[in-house]
Design a protein around this ligand. Structure first.
Ligand code: NDP
Length: 386
């Protein structure tokens, strides 16, 4: 029996890991839609290899190029943001949401509204519009599964039948490339140093988020959305080897952890096969070779993003959406070499001080808050770039 799948953000790091699994068993999957932002060459190659029914490029100016690249195939080509949203509801049973940032918000909503299984790697929509996405899923009966390795680990360890027996959820953080640097040293780090994650190989935005630890802050909010446990009982611990992907502690003192190699194909395979299991080509963990597992408390002085995310989560309402939008703007500016590394968190904090809108009630409100927060962040950034 074949399963119909769509991959939103198919050309990215998570998209590639997902395709790697799917292409190993071509008779088991039928590709409905694959999408990208601007990488026509890679998108067309994916569509040709997999025989995807629909290939969508978000940057509409690239559509003629995509059409040319797909000439002679059965794949339909489309372009533009609306076409990406349409692709998300093109009828797949299983959809991987792997667009980066809040650009994935409407596609995620569209996939959820269609029903089926929606796998979330794309964490930013859950941060900005978590309640609305989860409400929509309850309405349509869509199954949301977390692909983020930490949340996938918690999902595997969490007793959903007895959430009141959970004492703590503990998210592990590798600490990123600057975990051992002083604040003074962090002031001068380059883009190249920041994207060079010590353990994981990922897209540029999440690599920077991992270096500031904003990624862990976003994951804190993501965990509070996905699991029925109060925010104050979700903790973060530094664990440099990234072997334990997260833990759940129960009232009897038991701690359950999920361990694995730092390879996204394991959590993605878990969501592909769930509730079953499937084989993957991931290297088995060699515990004797790893030898030791280290843990340490995170330092929110050197990594203020942790404090900002915790504050946004506790305040609720629109705060997580403002935090996320400001962070997206600041990370893009750092990647463009317009601001320094430590200014990323400073811009997020300044934006949150300037802009405190009412809680969103509909997805359109989140989109408006996201847009407005971005313009406040651009203003806040002028202090650093002028
Ligand atoms: P990448 O940057 O590698 O890939 C992003 C994908 O989204 C690409 O296909 C890109 O297309 C597409 N895209 C970018 N901008 C837009 C846009 N405006 N509209 C439509 N599509 C767009 O990111 P990652 O794969 O690293 O991350 C994807 C998401 O998964 C993020 O939210 C990240 O936080 C999360 N995640 C990633 C992990 C990882 O290991 N990489 C682990 C856990 C979570 P194009 O190639 O054309 O630019």
């Amino acid at each position: 029996m074949t399963r119909s799948v769509s991959i939103l953000g198919a050309t990215g790091s998570v998209g590639s890991s997902t395709l790697d699994l799917i292409e190993r068993a071509p008779d088991q999957y039928r590709l409905v839609a694959v999408t990208a932002n601007s990488d026509v060459r890679k998108l067309a190659a994916i569509a040709r290899r997999t025989g995807a029914e629909l290939a969508v490029i978000a940057d509409e100016r690239r559509l003629p190029e995509l059409r040319d690249a797909l000439a002679g195939t059965q794949t339909r080509a489309a372009g533009g943001e609306t076409a990406v949203i349409e692709a998300a509801r093109a009828g797949a049973d299983w959809t991987m949401a792997a667009i980066v940032g809040c650009a994935g918000l409407q596609p995620v909503m569209a996939a959820v509204e269609q029903g089926g299984t929606v796998v979330l790697a794309n964490k930013e929509p859950l941060v900005s519009a978590g309640d609305l996405i989860l409400d929509a899923a309850r309405g349509t009966g869509a199954t949301i599964l977390p692909a983020d390795s930490e949340h996938n680990a918690i999902f595997q360890c969490f007793d959903f039948a007895r959430p009141e027996r959970v004492r703590r959820v503990i998210l592990t953080a590798s600490g990123g490339p600057f975990r051992d640097l002083s604040l003074a040293e962090m002031a001068n780090v380059t883009v190249e140093q920041a994207v060079a994650h010590p353990v994981w190989s990922m897209g540029a935005k999440i690599s920077i988020d991992s270096a500031t630890l904003m990624n862990k802050g976003l994951e804190l909010i993501e965990a509070a959305r996905l699991f029925p446990v109060p925010a104050e009982r979700i903790e973060i611990i530094l664990h440099r080897q990234s072997v334990i992907h997260s833990l759940v502690e129960y009232v009897d003192g038991s701690m359950l952890a999920q361990l694995g190699s730092p390879d996204m194909r394991t959590p993605i395979a878990h969501t592909l096969a769930w509730p079953d299991r499937m084989e993957t080509p991931v290297a088995p963990l060699d515990l004797a070779a790893i030898g030791r597992l280290d843990f340490a408390a995170p330092d929110s002085e050197r990594f203020p993003a942790l404090r900002l995310a915790r504050e946004a989560l506790e305040a609720g309402g629109a705060r997580p959406a403002v935090l996320n939008a400001a962070n997206e703007v600041a990370v893009a500016a750092f990647l463009d070499r317009r601001i320094a590394f430590l200014q990323i968190a400073a811009i997020v904090e300044e934006t949150m001080e300037r802009y405190d809108p009412a809680a969103p009630r509909r997805i359109e409100d989140v989109i408006a808050i996201d847009r407005e927060a971005r313009s406040h962040a651009a203003e806040a950034m002028k202090v650093f770039v002028d």
